[in-house]
Design a protein around this ligand. Structure first.
Ligand code: ADP
Ligand code: MG
Length: 239
């Protein structure tokens, strides 16, 4: 049986000191993230990235906790958290953050190397992942030799390399035209369908509409919205 890796927040909050007072970047937020694709929308400066960085353990809360199954993320040591992230998280950022001196193939292999996968196995896995994102023949290209959309697809292949239970994406389609953005989004729905927890920050309403679950952030306050009905996969035969 696979371990419980349910992502859950408990009174999670973050404030920043500002002059005499403080800025509330995130008001106390308690939520259990369901598996599938959750879209987080909200205006610029509302606290979306603050939330994601806390869920990732990149930033520490001023109050509250992040639980992944039975693990209190911020109670781990720095090194323990890094190992935990490597095992269970994947990240996609607005800019692809690929290592510029490594080829696409080497970028995808990188987390597998860190995870201790033997060379032959990780070469094959990276190749299969690049195939899945439609870049099977671009493995030897450096990031600078790829278009923005292609580089972002490599970044997604890398994020999904260790089959993470939790995928966090902060405006991954923000720098892309809408068609390329759609392709990138398709790649994130695959792990969502496979029962992973995928959290996508986007300011694009059309992109958000494709998600299974919806959260809105405004002035640091996160609101969980009602689900949006999706078209059924197959409709029953008409009478
Ligand atoms: P979003 O991602 O929705 O655009 P952020 O989470 O980046 O918003 O920011 C939320 C609020 O927290 C903003 O008011 C921002 O100015 C503030 N903030 C974010 N990071 C810091 C920081 N390191 N120091 C001070 N204030 C910050
Ligand atoms: Mg942001």
């Amino acid at each position: 049986m696979s371990p419980d890796l349910t992502l859950r927040t408990e009174g999670l909050a973050r404030t920043y000191p500002s002059g005499e007072g403080e800025v509330v970047a995130l008001s106390p937020f308690t939520h259990t993230f369901p598996t599938g694709l959750s879209a987080v929308v909200g205006p610029s400066g509302s606290g979306k990235s603050t939330l994601l960085n806390l869920l990732a353990g990149f930033d520490a809360p001023t109050q509250g906790r992040v639980w992944v199954g039975g693990t209190d993320l911020h109670a781990l040591s720095e090194a323990g958290r890094a190992d935990f992230r490597l095992a269970h998280y994947g990240f996609v950022f607005q800019s692809h953050n690929l290592v510029s001196i490594l080829s696409a193939q080497e970028n995808v292999e990188f987390p597998l190397t860190l995870a201790g996968m033997p060379p032959r196995e990780r070469r094959e896995r990276a190749r299969a992942l690049l195939d899945q994102v439609g870049l099977g023949r671009r493995g030897h290209h450096l990031p600078a030799q790829l278009s923005g959309g292609e580089a972002q697809r490599v970044a997604i292949a890398r994020a999904l390399a260790c089959d993470p239970a939790i995928v966090l994406a902060d405006e991954p389609t923000g720098n892309l035209d809408s068609r390329t953005g759609e392709q990138v989004l398709d790649l994130l729905t695959a792990p969502a369908r496979a029962g992973r927890t995928v959290i996508l920050i986007t300011h694009d309403r059309e992109v958000a509409a494709l998600a299974d679950h919806h959260l809105a952030v405004r002035d640091g306050v996160v609101t969980v919205q009602g689900g949006v009905a999706r078209a059924p996969v197959s409709s029953p035969a008409s009478p």
